[in-house]
Write a protein of this length. Structure first.
Length: 117
């Protein structure tokens, strides 16, 4: 999942997350600086593999301390905007922790999800 995250979409999602949850963020938190640092980290990740060095050109900057939170916030947005509204009638119970999901699925009476297969 992490390496498939669109960097620009994730950075926009992170900005939205900080705006929506602004009441929970200290007033002196340097939001603009934080977002700029995240952009630098996510768009300039250089990693090594054996004796070679690589510039990661897409996806979450793996190995960084923010990788898990960054991916979780990005996926949470996708989940709340697309997945849960589309399938809310079939999800009796749904809980997620980071990238682990537990849900109870109630099958539809008709095959209305044919287009998703």
């Amino acid at each position: 999942m992490y390496t498939n995250i669109d960097t620009d979409l994730a950075l926009d999602t992170l900005k939205d997350f900080l705006t929506v949850n602004y009441a929970h963020i200290p007033t002196n938190f340097p939001t603009s600086l934080f977002l700029r640092v995240m952009e630098i980290v996510m768009k300039n990740n250089i990693f090594s593999f054996q004796d070679t060095f690589w510039l990661q050109i897409s996806g979450n900057a793996m190995g960084t301390s923010v990788a898990c939170s960054y991916a979780t916030i990005t996926y949470e947005h996708y989940e709340n905007m697309d997945i849960l509204p589309a399938f809310k009638d079939n999800l009796l119970y749904y809980k997620r922790y980071i990238d682990d999901i537990f849900g109870l699925w109630v099958p539809p009476l008709t095959n209305k999800f044919q287009k998703y297969t």
